[in-house]
Structures are given as C-alpha cells and as structure tokens.
Design a protein around this ligand. Sequence first.
Ligand SMILES: NC(=O)c1ccc[n+]([C@@H]2O[C@H](COP(=O)([O-])OP(=O)(O)OC[C@H]3O[C@@H](n4cnc5c(N)ncnc54)[C@H](OP(=O)(O)O)[C@@H]3O)[C@@H](O)[C@H]2O)c1
Length: 252
Amino acid sequence: MTKDQFTDQDRRDFLRMTVSSTALLALAASPLAAFAQPAGGAPLKIGMIGSGREGGALGSAFVKAGHQVMFSSRHPEQLKGLVDGLGPRAQAGTVDQAIAFGDVVAIVVPYTAMEEIGKEHAAALAKKALVLDVSNPIARRDGEELAKWVEQQGGAGLATAKLLPGAHIVRAFNVLNYMKLSEDAHRPDEPVGVPFAGDDQNAIAIASNLIRQIGFEPVLVGGLSMGKYLVPGPLSGVHTPAEIRQIVASLH
Ligand SMILES: NC(=O)c1ccc[n+]([C@@H]2O[C@H](COP(=O)([O-])OP(=O)(O)OC[C@H]3O[C@@H](n4cnc5c(N)ncnc54)[C@H](OP(=O)(O)O)[C@@H]3O)[C@@H](O)[C@H]2O)c1
C-alpha cells in the first residue's frame, strides 16, 4: 500500500491503537523508516500552534517523516517561505485552522500564551488524540509570577493540564534545542533520547511513535507530574537514553 492509499479510517485506527513497547521496537526496526511513509502507521495530520524556531523545526521533521502538517501563526502569510520549502505535505494557516486540521496538535509557544490558548481552544483540544506540550515556562522570559504559579501546580506538566482541561497531554521535546532536531536525528550509532511524560496511554503511544519516526529514541520518564523535569535544566541537551534514565533517577 502506498501512502496515498491510506484513508481517514486508517488514520483514526492508528490514532486509537495503543502500541505495546514490543510493537514499538519492531516499528523502529522497520525498513519503512527510511522512506517518507511514516513507519508504523498511516500519515497523521498534525497542527502546529507556534511555528517559530522550535515549532518550525519540529513541524519540518514531521513533514519529512511523511506526515501532513499545518503550521500556524497569528500572521500565517509570514509562513510562506517555511511551507513552500517543505513541499505539498506542509501548509500554513491560522491557529483555529491548525487545531481543526490536526488529529494531533503540538503547542510550541512562549508559556505566557498557554492561558489564552486554553481559554479559546481547550474544548477543541480535548477532542484530539494527542496534544504535544513543547512549551516551557521560563521565568526570565515569561515572568516570575507565571513561573511561580506553574511551580504551585506541581510543575509544567500539571500546569498545562490545568490550562487545557480534558486534553490528552504529553510533554516532549522540551529539552532539545531546535537545531539539534535536524543535526542529531537518525544517529546511526546510538540514537539521541527524547524524554517525555504523560498520563494517557494512547497519547503516549502516538507520541512515542512520532519521536521514533523523526529519528530519536523515546524515553518515558513517567506521568505528567514528571513534566516538571522536562524544562531547561539537568535534562537539557543531547543525551543517550541511558544517560536520561540516570539523570531522572538522580532527580527523585
Ligand atoms: N528554541 C528552542 O530550541 C526550544 C527548545 C525546546 C522548547 N522550546 C520552547 O518552545 C516554545 C517556543 O520557543 P521558540 O524558541 O520556538 O520561540 P519563537 O521562535 O519565538 O516562536 C514562538 C511561536 O509562538 C507563537 N505564539 C506566540 N504567542 C502566541 C499566541 N498567543 N497564540 C498563538 N501562537 C503564539 C508565535 O507565533 P506568531 O507568528 O503568531 O507570533 C511563534 O510562532 C517556548 O516555550 C520554548 O521554551 C524552545
């Protein structure tokens, strides 16, 4: 079957499936990983809220892995260069359009925007199989008050869950610099690990697959409460999966 023969039903089935870790290992070894067809399932529709440095790089990696991506901006006309360079699987739209488009939505914005996004879009986001939370609360950028509020909620994962009630949230890619997403993908020797955290098993399985498809090794560090560690800090930078597990163990 070619990628064009995948139907919406295929995509929905893929989004519903919960992939066992054994199956995920098998998918990673699939020869399909070398081609534009995403390994291990039908191409997904992914909406990007935030298409700046990190959102642009992450969305580009999803396109290259074979997914359809709508990048969004409050000024979508400014994304023409980005989407034109990525070919027919990429398009640009407003935030509303990207949310409507995506089976999966990635939020890659300054954390100050998260409250507004929650107020306007929480109901629509709660219907998505996966909401990837890549945004980090950074006191020097987002303000001490917001950083303190996030801490009071139990950290970034639980804070995002409070702002996006009902969403199937997974925190991922928060500690990998946008430049590393292309530089260090598909390392031939040992893959670079991407620590991620979430509570919903189906969302975790989809996120895990996406991480592998763009060339990294998913390392589940725990539930959303562990999202507090997925911010700039000890886990920042490029680490092997074993190093990530060691760092996480030292944080408890
Ligand atoms: N840079 C990295 O290497 C990196 C790595 C991991 C995680 N992160 C995290 O990812 C997030 C984005 O970082 P970045 O470096 O990509 O920032 P950036 O280059 O400044 O891009 C920010 C994006 O957020 C969008 N945005 C801002 N306010 C918005 C709102 N109210 N509604 C909708 N979209 C809004 C902007 O869209 P407009 O076009 O509408 O302005 C822009 O596309 C941050 O939380 C950061 O901590 C960054």
